[in-house]
Ligand binder design. Structure first.
Ligand code: HEC
Length: 153
């Protein structure tokens, strides 16, 4: 009798453990709900955006979004250094939609004639939600007063 009870209790404990492991794994893989705009107050979006920024953008724009040291001095080869994306840069002078388009289509698509942009197009690697997430993160580093001065939409 006692042996049987031990087996039953052991089995139940195992089931609970499996359930817990499953719940934790499912949770950590939960996809970010679809975004159709940048929202610096959305903690989940900002968290995912920071991760994307670190892996795909920081190599050029800097780990603190500070841009490259020689910005905004055009280089001898005609390219621009990567601009700061924090409040010290000029990104806030563009609307969210313009920034989205630059990230999606790359810098060359909107570069003035005769200039060369090395800002890559991310549309083939990042979906809309990922682009809005990275913008949410970038905007979360700007003071609210600056975000209010950004052009719409
Ligand atoms: C290979 C280097 C490189 C990488 C990687 C890169 N960028 Fe850029 N980015 C640039 C350069 C250089 C510019 C400056 C404008 C130009 O030359 O077109 C720029 C410009 C921009 C602008 C416009 C800023 C402004 O003030 O007009 C945004 C927004 C931007 N990048 C976002 C991103 C994001 C988000 C990522 C990552 C998903 C990223 N960039 C990855 C090089 C890069």
């Amino acid at each position: 009798m006692r042996n049987q009870r031990t087996i039953v209790i052991g089995f139940i404990a195992l089931c609970l453990l499996a359930l817990a492991v499953f719940a934790i794994r499912t949770n950590s893989r939960a996809a970010l709900p679809a975004l159709d705009r940048a929202d610096p107050a959305n903690v989940a979006a900002v968290t995912q955006g920071r991760l994307i920024y670190t892996t795909r953008c920081a190599s050029c724009h800097g780990s603190e979004l500070q841009g490259e040291a020689d910005w905004p001095q055009r280089r001898a080869n005609g390219t621009m250094p990567a601009s700061p994306l924090n409040a010290n840069g000029q990104a806030w002078q563009q609307s969210d939609q313009q920034l989205f388009t630059t990230i999606q289509r790359g810098g060359q698509a909107s570069a003035p004639a005769g200039t060369i942009s090395v800002m890559p197009a991310f549309g083939d690697r990042l979906g809309d939600t990922d682009i809005w997430a990275v913008l949410s993160y970038i905007k979360s580093t700007w003071p609210a007063a600056l975000r209010q001065r950004q052009p719409l939409p």
